[in-house]
Design a protein around this ligand. Structure first.
Ligand code: DC
Length: 223
């Protein structure tokens, strides 16, 4: 692959409960590419911080934890060889993840890993808060999902309440979370996943689509 790591990335951003994770996975399936859940990475670091009994506000200690965390994202989320897929959604993690992810050192470490992921995977769908604005500014398609507060609370997996989500929104660092000027902003309230996916895939201009899929796949498709 040539060019910047984001040159074959579909960036999907939006607040908690906007439907990002489900939509990102479905778009990746539709395109036959891999998906990266960057929120899971911040959540995994948070588990390690909590397990170590470290104060989540201690920037230096938390950054060190991030540097030493071995996070592997496949169908499951692994932290230092342990499956933490369910644990990353716990109330304790929900409560601390905004604080952990606010440290610039933590962001530096995880953003480097996210760019590396895109390089290793030849692009894909990357989902989070700052994908289009910071991590992959050169992504050919940037999507910004929104939904009404009620709908976001309904969609949220687990038992996180609307109040907890609103609190987390207020604390999250990319809380100035706003779509970049070149983003496709989509209010998904009342839309099915299939409708959202169709809208996103429909935004991929043909040339860019070939770019994202890689030449071999687009050739075999047209053959
Ligand atoms: O998408 P999520 O709810 O799983 O994200 C969990 C937290 O991680 C969220 O409260 C803010 C943080 N996060 C971030 O700061 N940057 C990202 N790219 C993704 C998530």
């Amino acid at each position: 692959m040539t060019g910047a790591p984001g040159s074959r990335v579909v960036a999907i951003d939006g607040p908690a409960g906007s439907g990002k994770s489900t939509v990102a996975r479905a778009v990746a399936d539709a395109l036959g590419v891999d998906v990266l859940d960057t929120g899971a990475m911040y959540r995994a670091v948070t588990i390690k911080v909590l397990d170590a009994g470290i104060d989540p506000t201690d920037a230096e200690a938390v950054t060190q934890v991030a540097e030493g965390a071995d996070i592997v994202l496949t169908d499951v989320v692994e932290l230092d060889g342990r499956d933490v897929t369910d644990e990353i959604r716990s109330p304790a993690v929900n409560a601390a993840v905004s604080t952990v992810s606010a440290h610039p050192g933590v962001r530096r470490v995880l953003i480097a890993q996210q760019r590396k992921w895109a390089e290793m995977h030849g692009g894909g769908v990357a989902e989070g808060r700052d994908m289009g604005a910071v991590v992959f500014p050169d992504a050919p398609l940037k999507v910004f999902l929104t939904a009404s507060p009620d709908e976001r609370a309904r969609r949220r997996s687990g038992d996180e309440t609307a109040a907890s989500i609103a609190q987390r929104d207020g604390r999250d660092v990319p809380s100035t979370l706003e779509p970049t000027a070149d983003a496709f902003v989509l209010d998904t309230t009342g839309m099915s996943v299939a409708e959202v996916v169709a809208a996103i895939v429909g935004r991929l201009p043909e040339a860019r689509r070939a770019d994202l899929l890689g030449e071999s796949q687009s050739e075999s498709e047209s053959a």
